[in-house]
Design a protein around this ligand. Structure first.
Ligand code: OAD
Length: 235
């Protein structure tokens, strides 16, 4: 096992599966009984904002009742014990990385505990419900709040930082993402182009698996802590 100086960890829904949160593309193609397009697209939000708010309010309540699992906690251990710059770039809107004590977490697809006002662009942080009658605390306009979730057709957050980290990393780790949603699915290609080793932790082969040097199949809560132990043992 090599010594690494800059580790880029990309996470997806699979890392939260063992905490009890549903992934997006499980066998029936539904996410908590909804089509992803209905609850994660601008068109879906414009069509039926009440349904979209309701969906994320329910997810928010669900997220508050779940705990980080061994994979999230292993990232904390790695960040505490391994002498490298370790950044976590997550597609997950849950906040389990933060709950586990992970540092340097970038939410490229937004966060469940935030809403953004479409009138003044201010972000409201709240674990309470947000709906079509919520008044923006900044501009006082009612009915313009949108869950701060990056929907299909919107730009990802923190991309300047992400692009810099992709250029700099010498190890790219992907945990629990199917590799079908771009641009995140293309991150591994950039990291590899700039010279990083690439490794993925997943249950089954992913759409972009040919870009990874190594594949570790199994539950991330078991496989990733084992990998962290190996990295630490090689110090
Ligand atoms: P997916 O549901 O597409 O993929 C989950 C991946 O995790 C699959 O490859 C599974 O094999 C793997 N997996 C499941 N359980 C696992 C476990 N216990 N251990 C390891 N791997 C496991 O979820 P994402 O790739 O995260 O966007 O989806 C990407 C984006 O699509 C999401 O961020 C979301 C959605 O549209 C937004 O919400 C903006």
């Amino acid at each position: 096992m090599k010594r690494y100086n800059r580790i880029f960890i990309l996470t997806g829904a699979g890392i939260s599966a063992e905490s009890g949160l549903a992934t997006f593309r499980s066998a029936n193609g539904l996410w908590n009984n909804h089509k992803v397009e209905d609850v994660a697209s601008i068109e879906g939000f414009e069509r039926n904002p009440a349904l979209v708010h309701d969906f994320y309010n329910n997810l928010k309540a669900e997220v508050q009742n779940v705990s980080p699992n061994a994979a999230h906690l292993a990232i904390t251990t790695l960040q505490e014990k391994y002498p490298a710059e370790i950044n976590v770039i997550t597609q997950n809107v849950d906040t389990l990385h933060e709950k586990a004590g992970n540092k340097n977490v970038y939410h490229i697809h937004g966060q469940i505990n935030q809403a953004v006002c479409l009138n003044c662009a201010q972000v409201l942080e709240t674990w309470g419900d947000v709906d079509t009658e919520t008044v923006c605390p900044h501009c006082q306009v009612m009915g313009m709040m949108k869950p701060n979730i990056v929907f299909f057709g919107e730009n990802l957050l923190c991309m300047d930082t992400v692009e810099r980290l992709l250029r700099q990393c010498d190890l790219f780790v992907s945990i629990g993402t199917s590799g079908v949603v771009y641009p995140a699915a293309g991150f591994v290609q950039s990291a590899k182009y700039y010279g990083a080793d690439t490794i993925e932790f997943t249950l089954e082969p992913t759409a972009n698996n040919y870009l990874f040097d190594k594949h570790i199949y199994g539950k991330a809560g078991e496989t990733f802590p084992q990998f962290v132990e190996e990295l630490l043992a090689a110090l």
